[in-house]
Design a protein around this ligand. Structure first.
Ligand code: ARG
Length: 280
């Protein structure tokens, strides 16, 4: 009798603790198991579906660094099947590894990245993000890890030969980017703002707009996959990419800068860039 009671009591306890686990995964389980629980709960991709609450709980547990990005920007960040890959992803992984932390990626609209960083929804933003004075008013930037230029993509038979010819034209850009700012300053130009750079390129091939202004490496990636368009030689700007961090979080800026410096001296950044540029 006594034995039976004990067995029942144990079964009840186990059931209770199991129930406890599944309702509060982040408090009671290691991150790996918590991720499995999220999957079981019907979340489809690691990138898009994790709630801000889970993000905070996991960060509180210690080991997770949340990256905000916009995975519409090859070769820096893009989808390969269901995974977000690219230069920024690999650099961020290498930084997190040096910091002894696990990287978690949150995909969002490009213009949502800085708000995510300032609100703490993401620990940092890495998205081929150009350092600008305006952005420096709302976030800190790490040391830079890449250079870039804005370029214009036009149809192969276009009579647009340089940025002077863009005046008065209809120009497609990705919303909130430096390409957007640059096109907005062109005289008499009409700026069409798209959520994704690729949508602007599609509009161009459909003849709805005259040009797309976008970062050079991304322009090359798009042009390579699209018939009938070309990149103008003229570089419309000189830019540098860095990681955005919440203002005042100097601890994280210093740690990431130290990791970036190590990665540079190890030749790791060049290696990652070469891997993705060659793959194009
Ligand atoms: N370099 C440009 C900027 O900072 C474009 C970046 C777009 N990045 C992206 N992941 N969509 O505004």
């Amino acid at each position: 009798m006594k034995k039976q009671f004990l067995a029942l009591a144990m079964a009840a306890m186990m059931a209770a603790s199991l129930a406890g686990c599944s309702s509060k995964p982040a408090e009671t389980k290691a991150p790996e198991t918590a991720a499995e629980t999220q999957e079981a709960a019907g979340e489809t991709t690691e990138a898009a579906d994790e709630s801000a609450e889970e993000t905070k709980e996991e960060a509180a547990a210690g080991g997770v660094l949340v990256m905000g990005t916009n995975a519409e920007f090859p070769p820096y960040e893009f989808y390969e099947d269901n995974d977000i890959v690219g230069i920024d992803v690999e650099i961020a992984k290498a930084i997190a590894e040096k910091m002894g932390m696990e990287l978690q990626i949150e995909d969002m609209a490009f213009d949502a990245i800085i708000p995510a960083v300032t609100s703490g929804k993401a620990d940092f933003g890495a998205a081929g993000m150009t350092v600008t004075e305006e952005r420096q008013r709302s976030v800190e930037f790490t040391d830079t890890y890449a250079n870039s230029n804005q370029v214009a993509i036009v149809k192969e038979d276009s009579d647009i030969a340089g940025s002077a010819d863009l005046e008065g034209k209809t120009i497609g850009v990705q919303l909130g980017t430096t390409g957007d700012a640059l096109a907005t300053e062109l005289k008499d130009a009409t700026v069409e703002r798209y959520n994704k750079g690729l949508e602007a390129v599609q509009s161009l091939t459909q003849g709805k707009i005259d040009a797309v202004v976008i970062d050079q490496a991304t322009a090359q990636a798009f042009v390579k996959k699209t018939e009938g368009i070309k990149i103008l030689e003229e570089k419309m700007s000189e830019e540098e990419y860095a990681i955005a961090i919440k203002k005042g979080n100097t601890d994280l800026v210093e740690k990431m800068n130290a990791a970036i410096a190590e990665l540079k001296s190890e030749g790791k950044i060049d290696e990652i860039v070469a891997k993705y540029m060659d793959a194009e």
